[in-house]
Design a protein around this ligand. Structure first.
Ligand code: AMP
Length: 416
């Protein structure tokens, strides 16, 4: 299928063509006709599949017809709710890109920055508002946001909104908007809770889903290194230096871990920065821009902070810590090898993470090459496979249950 087969207005086709897109991605091919037909939609698709354009393009098409050339004061006709500031910024950029030959005006609002410029823009009038939940409710409470003319509601990354504890805010927002609207809900995974939300908020929706999360792109070359936790930083440094890796996205489990890795790399003269929830919005954006401009060669991120990162042609992803949820591994390595470009994912597996690696392998069904030839293999005594402790469901020394059992519980709720 080609974009021109989708009966989109000429101004959108021109913008899409200028972006170099010829064919819609699978989520676009499935979603755009449904949205153009005015139906509610639940889309199961992760970042990187082209899902932003899948909703932005048909919404721009509708709005352009509705109000595009009208000189009347602008009213909010479309609201996109998304969990993180980075995602909000990217969605805003997408609306700007695909709508550049229309008169539509978009505004992105999020917390952690002054509300004054956002309020000024709201007073001037916007057609499309992209918002994180907390700031949106704040602005609404102060009377700066009027939803009377709203036609489209998009709930983006709904599973992440659930994980981040925004669900009550989302419920409040849905109550504030008109009931005769078109609602689109997107989520990378579809646990029961999301399907229940869809049943409550949407009207007889169509369901579309693309590439199950268990399929890892063939063009991503995956490698695994078995390395003791205490040697991980040395191995990271060794790989970056010896292989001369640049433009590397490193995933860690915690904010504290991210800061520690950055500190260690900086000590070795490597230009690294962290991006996580404790950093101010301005600091995160600055770091992200520097990484995109290649002023920083290593970006260390937690999963939540990375969720909104969209960088074309990222060559390397390193899993410094393995995630305890196997799908997260697939999301992480999907950051590389995008849009037909090859990519390399390198994972470090400490002894305590072996059960996670087994879960990941079960999900991806790919025989990942084990890189044995490196200076920091598991130490002999502990690396002896016969001596490996079975961590499954065992209590850890701190009294908490192994994350393996938590992962197993979560897996039961998975829906694919
Ligand atoms: P998203 O899943 O919305 O984060 O989009 C991922 C990336 O795919 C973005 O960088 C888009 O610019 C790009 N993209 C979206 N649609 C297409 C398309 N039809 N052809 C090529 N690239 C696309």
């Amino acid at each position: 299928m080609l974009f021109e087969d989708l009966s989109l207005s000429k101004s959108i086709q021109r913008a899409v063509f200028e972006e170099g897109y010829t064919n819609p991605t699978p989520i676009q091919e499935k979603s755009i006709p449904i949205i153009l037909a005015g139906k509610d939609l639940v889309g199961c698709a992760q970042t990187g599949t082209g899902k932003t354009a899948a909703f932005a393009i048909p919404i721009i098409h509708h709005l352009h017809r509705m109000v595009g050339s009208s000189k009347k004061t602008k009213q909010i006709r479309c609201l996109v709710v998304t969990p993180t500031r980075e995602l909000a910024v990217q969605i805003g950029e997408s609306f700007d890109t695909y709508g550049k030959y229309t008169n539509l005006r978009q505004l992105t609002v999020f917390g952690g920055v002054s509300q004054v410029p956002q309020v000024d823009q709201l007073k001037k009038g916007v057609d499309i508002l992209i918002a994180t939940p907390g700031r949106l409710l704040d602005l609404h409470k102060q009377g700066f946001v009027d939803f009377d003319h709203l036609h489209f509601l998009v709930l983006d990354e709904s599973d992440l909104m659930l994980d981040m504890g925004f669900i009550n805010d989302v419920r409040k927002i849905v109550k504030l908007v008109p009931t005769n609207r078109q609602t689109l809900l997107f989520s990378a995974t579809m646990p029961m809770a999301i399907r229940e939300l869809a049943d409550t908020f949407l009207n007889n929706p169509e369901y579309v889903s693309v590439t199950p999360v268990s399929s890892t792109a063939e063009i991503i070359k995956q490698q695994i290194y078995f390395v003791d936790k205490s040697d991980k930083r040395a191995l990271l440094y060794h790989l970056i230096r010896n292989e001369n890796l640049k433009n590397v996205l490193v995933f860690v489990r915690t904010k504290h871990g991210a800061d520690n890795v950055v500190k260690a790399l900086k000590k070795q003269g490597i230009n690294a920065e962290a991006i996580h929830g404790d950093k101010s919005q301005t600091a995160r954006q600055r770091v992200l821009d520097s990484f995109k401009n290649k002023e920083i060669s290593v970006l260390v991120a937690t999963d939540i902070a990375a969720r909104g990162i969209d960088i074309e042609s990222l060559p390397y992803v390193i899993n410094f810590d393995l995630p305890n949820i196997p799908e997260t591994y697939v999301h992480r390595i999907g950051r590389t090898g995008r849009a037909g470009n090859g990519g390399i994912s390198i994972s470090f597996c400490g002894k305590d993470e072996e059960p996670y690696w087994k879960d990941i392998q079960k999900l991806i069904k790919v025989d990942v090459k084990v890189t044995k030839d490196h200076p920091f293999p598991w130490k002999e005594t502990e690396a002896n496979p016969d001596a490996k402790p079975d961590l499954r469901n065992k209590k850890k020394s701190d009294g908490t249950k192994s994350r393996k059992s938590e992962a197993s519980k979560k897996n039961k709720k998975r829906w694919y």
